[in-house]
Design a protein around this ligand. Structure first.
Ligand code: C2E
Ligand code: MG
Ligand code: MG
Ligand code: MG
Length: 286
């Protein structure tokens, strides 16, 4: 290899890195600006009790709308950048408060399901004031404590075991519900899982999308089945996310999975659409 070609690829490498970094910084700055201008939104996706077809919960999901009716970036892009830059702490506080506000107004309209779930990131969860903040929000909005459910991803739960165990215990004492999100994609052991005071397991959507009808036979449900059994034995509610077909919903109901969430029932929607959806929804049983 000539010295010349080596330094040439090095130049390309550096240029790529710089462009990539600039792209990220640009997004973080825009996100910061749009957040403070009140342009971010929380959308809500219903969760359905598989046995009764009744709405039993909502998950709050952040959206960053642009001026053309689309989105600047999806959460899979801007949430990690917000975590990286630290902005997630403010974004997360806002999401918690918005969700509680929405829940209160749903209660007043007689439309509130049993719970609203909010995703919580590592830096938020590590903040010792988080539990207190959540507890105060719940009482300020006159919600039943168990109506708030905080979702942490399995990988977060692995991040700082002692702190996570302690925070979950305090949330349990406060009566606030907690879920492990994207369950089955991290590396937590059963020994660790038993130390976590959690209420729900959310089966990662990858395991649900594997469930397909092939030659009249349902296939790919082994992991969903295993997680439902695990939840059963540990006395945890199991929520399946990413349910897109009736076959998947029916299969999950037959397994004894309690709750489903996915495009088969409803996509995440903005607040006004949610009211309308809740008013007109009639239980879908599969
Ligand atoms: P998540 O918490 O696991 O949320 C579920 C994701 O699956 C959402 O993606 C939802 O729109 C999508 N989804 C729901 N049903 C279906 C379905 O039937 N099929 C498919 N293909 N997808 C479905 P979304 O809204 O893009 O959010 C992605 C991730 O970003 C979330 O995953 C969560 O980890 C994170 N996120 C979103 N909002 C927040 C937030 O307010 N705070 C934090 N910390 N993270 C958030
Ligand atoms: Mg979630
Ligand atoms: Mg998930
Ligand atoms: Mg996720």
């Amino acid at each position: 290899r000539s010295k010349k070609s080596t330094s040439r690829s090095y130049e390309y490498f550096m240029e790529d890195m710089e462009n990539d970094t600039r792209w990220r910084i640009d997004i973080i700055q825009k996100l910061h600006r749009d957040f403070y201008n009140g342009q971010l939104e929380l959308w809500y996706q219903p969760q359905i009790n598989l046995k009764t077809g009744v709405v039993c919960g909502l998950e709050a999901l952040m959206r960053w709308p642009d001026e053309q009716g689309g989105f600047v970036q999806p959460p899979s892009v801007f949430i990690p950048l917000a975590e990286y830059s630290g902005l997630i702490v403010e974004l997360g506080d806002w999401a918690l408060e918005e969700s509680c506000k929405l829940y209160k107004s749903l209660m007043e309209s007689g439309l509130a399901p049993a719970s609203v779930s909010v995703n919580v990131s590592v830096p938020q969860f590590k903040n010792p004031a988080m539990v207190k903040k959540a507890t105060q929000l719940v009482s300020t909005h006159q919600m039943p404590q168990k109506a708030l459910n905080l979702e942490i991803t399995e990988s977060l739960a692995m991040d700082d075991p002692q702190l996570v165990i302690e925070s979950l215990l305090q949330l349990r004492k406060a009566g606030i519900q907690t879920s492990i999100d994207d369950f089955g994609t991290g590396y937590s052991s059963l020994g660790y899982l038993r130390k976590l005071s959690i209420d729900c397991l959310k089966i990662d959507q990858g395991f649900i999308q594997e469930i397909v009808l092939k030659d009249g036979q349902l296939q790919g449900g082994v992991f969903a089945d295993t997680i439902v059994t695990l939840g059963d034995k540990l006395n945890l509610r199991v929520v399946a996310e990413g349910v897109e077909t009736q076959e998947q919903a029916r299969f999950l109901r037959q397994l004894g999975c309690e709750v489903a969430q996915g495009f088969f029932y409803a996509k995440p929607m903005p607040e006004e659409a949610l009211y309308e959806w809740l008013r007109t929804y009639r239980p879908i049983t599969v």
